[in-house]
Design a protein around this ligand. Structure first.
Ligand SMILES: [Zn+2]
Ligand SMILES: [Zn+2]
Ligand SMILES: [Zn+2]
Ligand SMILES: [Zn+2]
Ligand SMILES: [Zn+2]
Length: 265
């Protein structure tokens, strides 16, 4: 019987590339590092990344985290979180912590999440889309003169209007002080607020126990690039668990022949 076979070497190369991309993010400027540059990059950046990890969430002050920002989450400026400055050698002491966009020509001075409706950012009370507003501070509308700055009346799943929400950038200590999860240390770039596999679901989705139907509908609505993040971290987690199980089995029955269970069927 004919069956599609996955070349284990090719699959490993893809995994290696994805791992590289998660770690380096956009820091190689689009040109792959040499193995030496990659090692040097990891030596230099990973310790500071673990020390200075920033957590980015979006919600009404004092309320739940309605949204945890991940690498692919878009900003009001239209660029993704991973395209903003997310690593710091030394953390600035001023608050709020500003994470400027690194895309050339973009005037965004700090990452700012905007509610999405499907894949589109919501509208302002001036009726124009968030995208029609300047990315520079003040966020004035480019299409009308009456707008005093982007102000979204959209009702969030938490019941509060969009304009009552803020993007919060905080350090590990600050997040812990608020009693919020900080997750495990990860070497990946631009993790933002992601601390677990269910982080990507909106806050109200995580809290919702009202029934499987609405849950299924809301999960279907999450089919975005962000979902790929979730699948990726889930897969790496499962791989690590499997390696740990195998390592345990090997030590408990040393001398036994290797198990064929890492073959894909
Ligand atoms: Zn930008
Ligand atoms: Zn931005
Ligand atoms: Zn407006
Ligand atoms: Zn307008
Ligand atoms: Zn909300």
């Amino acid at each position: 019987m004919e069956r599609i076979r996955i070349d284990r070497n090719a699959a490993a190369a893809v995994d290696e590339y994805l791992e590289y991309r998660r770690i380096v993010g956009e820091d190689d400027g689009g040109k792959l590092f040499t193995p030496e540059e990659y090692e040097e990059y990891k030596r230099r950046v990973l310790p500071q990344r673990l020390r200075n990890r920033l957590y980015v969430s979006f919600g009404v002050p004092g309320g739940i985290d309605c949204k945890l920002v991940g690498p692919e989450t878009p900003c009001l400026c239209s660029h993704r979180y991973k395209q903003h400055q997310t690593d710091f050698e030394e953390l600035p002491s001023e608050r709020p912590l500003a994470l400027p966009c690194r895309v050339r020509g973009c005037g965004c001075v700090s990452y700012q999440y905007v509610h999405l409706c499907g894949s589109q950012p919501v509208r302002c009370r001036c009726k124009h889309s968030a995208r029609d507003h300047s990315e520079a501070a003040g966020h004035l509308c480019r299409k009308c003169s009456g707008c005093t700055g982007f102000h979204s009346p959209y009702t969030c799943g938490c019941g509060q209007p969009g304009y009552a929400h803020e993007t919060l950038v905080e350090t590990r200590q600050e997040r812990e002080a608020r009693g919020r999860p900080v997750g495990r240390d990860v070497p990946y770039a631009a993790m933002g607020g992601l601390t677990g596999f269910s982080s990507l679901a909106d806050g109200y989705l995580r809290l919702d126990h009202s029934g499987t139907d609405s849950l299924a509908n809301r999960l279907a609505a999450l089919r975005t690039r962000e979902e790929e993040d979730m699948a990726y971290f889930e897969r790496r987690y499962q791989e690590r668990m499997k390696m740990e199980r195998e390592a345990k089995r090997k030590t408990s029955r040393s001398g036994a022949k290797p198990q064929p269970d890492h073959c894909r069927t």
